[in-house]
Design a binder for this molecule. Sequence first.
Ligand code: PLP
Length: 302
Amino acid sequence: MTEPDPAFRAGVAFVDGGYVPIADARIPMLDLGFLRSDACQDTISIWKGRFFRLEDHLARFERSFTRLRMTCPYDRDRLRAIATECVRKTGLRDAYLQLIMTRGRMPIGSRDIRLAQNRFQAFCIPYVWIANADVRARGLDLHVSAIRRVPEQSVDPTVKHYHWLDFEMGLLEAYDRGADSVLLTDLEGNVAEGPGFNVFAVRDGELLTPQSGVLDGMTRTTVFDLAGELNMRARLAPLSPAALRSAQEVFICSTAGGIMPVRKVDDATIGDGAPGPTTRRLEQLYWRKREQGWLGTPIAYD
Ligand code: PLP
């Protein structure tokens, strides 16, 4: 096969209709995506040269920008082709691909966002893990913050958006406490989600994950699929911080790392402090099936 251009090995971006090395990719300063977080995205993982759930991700991306009343300059076929070309150019077998719509720029002097030309851009970089291998092996320590996740009454959580100041402040709070990451709560004080992940508790043999106010994560959907295969019961339910702390097992799930065990929630050790059997089974099945190309779309690198 042909070797990828070395300039693209660290990553590639698709901007203004062309491909550039990731370090050179720029967004215009007056783009409302930058100035107002008026943007949405979808992130797709590539493992062993295959996209995971590509069509599901493209459908969720289209849903996100349609709900934001944006128009993408490209149709589904062209988006698929750009996504493929981004990965192909890097030559990466294990990669992380983000598709992004921004509101774009208004004519100078105007405040009418309807006049903004919506923009599409994408990038592909080496695969991203929410936690490194050591932390994944022992389980993450999570801090539950009193910071409320931006409520669904304000911003539709099923739009994969960049309203992340709540997460960023929560993360800094978590780091101050020596934790690896954070979970934010909803207006009722129940657990919502973390920066880039959904959360599950295993209680009385059942998998429980927050019911509302969260992104319908692709990996969360995948956990339901795997649970079905393993004859495990799984459902959406309100999850209080106390219910999480007293669960037999807790895990998080994300495109950036799959299924990852949790060791502690605040000061409470989960189970005996080692990743539990349910989490391990799900995690192993997830990676085994991904290695085998489950729900995968192969990328033609040549
Ligand atoms: N929740 C939020 C806020 C996210 O940003 C993400 C992913 O980035 C997730 C959950 C997990 O979603 P997925 O499994 O589709 O990566």
